[in-house]
Ligand binder design. Structure first.
Ligand code: AMP
Ligand code: MG
Length: 319
């Protein structure tokens, strides 16, 4: 049995013993381990069945810990960290030699962030090492935004899931790196392109695998339900051609009526993109359990958090 608890001291104990614990963050739940423990980091990769070429994000208790893992911080990175930490922004920076190759997949850079979740921050504050913490799901599947999602994935295989409620943001962090001193966005996420642009000006977006060999984990299939999933502009029109199918629909704001719809998820009745993002993965988890022939998702407006939602939906459709 996996141990679901809100006992932070117990989690500290497991982590000090080089074990892996699932922890809540404001983005999604993570599988956390001491970055300096080969045993813990290997267990993370094994549990997730994640390929070793896919580097991990290092979670710090505060910006004051940054110098322990990175060599230097460009001016724009300082601005970004000041504005968005604690928060869902990951920075790729030149690593210090102490950071193990296993964590960075042998790269000379390391991905870092300070999470904005009271439980994660309290936990990190009680440890004298940072935590590697990729999402607590098997590689490629839907990310967990509730402790029950983690327990379903890893029941019996994980010593502890630290309870932290539903993740407020619900979509992974935005990843920003630097090429020739210029900021580049590698993964759309919970901090919007617009927010970053407002702070440091236009930023190049290299969110596709082909465009971003420097962000090796950006696989086209990711965050995917087992059920076949499609994204369309007009859900009513699309499902009219599928009369004999058991259909699940995933919609932004408005209901769609049709006899072949067996399950329906509306992500934000008020049309709020942040709310929709926070509920996206839980809706996919629920639809995926309902023995449907197909999940038909509506394309979101391509602004703000809508960009990250569309990105995740697109990756959910790849085979
Ligand atoms: P996650 O799976 O949410 O923990 O995010 C990890 C992702 O961060 C990886 O799949 C990469 O795309 C990116 N990443 C982590 N470390 C690096 C790095 N050193 N250089 C470039 N991208 C990185
Ligand atoms: Mg992940």
């Amino acid at each position: 049995m996996t141990f679901l608890s809100n006992n932070i001291a117990k989690a500290v104990e497991f982590l000090k013993q080089e074990d892996v614990v699932a922890i809540p963050t404001e983005t999604v739940y993570g599988l956390a381990g001491n970055i300096f423990s080969e045993k813990a980091v290997k267990k993370i990769f094994e549990l997730k069945q994640r390929p070793f070429f896919n580097p991990l994000i290092v979670h710090l208790s505060g910006v004051d810990q940054l110098h322990k893992v990175v060599e230097y911080v460009p001016e724009e990175a300082k601005l970004l960290a000041e504005r968005f930490w604690p928060g869902p922004l990951t920075l790729i920076l030149k690593k210090r030699p102490e950071v193990p190759d296993l964590v960075t997949s042998g790269k000379d850079t390391v991905a870092v962030r300070v999470p904005k979740h009271p439980v994660a921050l309290e936990l990190l504050g009680k440890l004298d090492f940072p935590l590697a913490a990729p999402s607590a799901n098997p590689f490629g599947s839907i990310s967990p935004t509730e402790s029950s999602h983690v327990a379903n994935y890893f029941n019996g295989k994980l010593s502890m899931v630290l309870e932290g409620g539903t993740c407020k943001r619900g979509i992974e962090s935005t990843i920003v790196g630097f090429e020739n001193g210029k900021a580049v966005l590698y993964r759309l996420g919970s901090i919007t392109v617009e927010e970053i642009t407002a702070l440091i000006g236009e930023i190049q977006v290299k969110n596709k695998k082909e465009a971003a060999p420097d962000a090796p984990g950006m696989l086209s299939r990711h965050y995917a339900p087992l059920t076949t999933t499609v994204v369309v502009d007009d859900v009513s029109k699309f499902i009219a051609d599928l009369p004999d199918q058991r259909i699940g629909v995933l919609l932004f704001q408005n209901t769609v009526e049709a006899p072949n719809i067996k399950a329906q998820k509306i992500l934000s009745r008020q049309g709020n993109l942040e709310e929709a993002a926070s509920r996206l993965y839980a809706a996919l988890h629920q639809l995926d359990k309902q023995e449907l022939d197909i999940i038909v998702a509506e394309r979101f407006p391509d602004v703000g958090m809508g960009k990250a939602i569309n990105d995740r939906l697109k990756r959910a459709t790849q085979k």
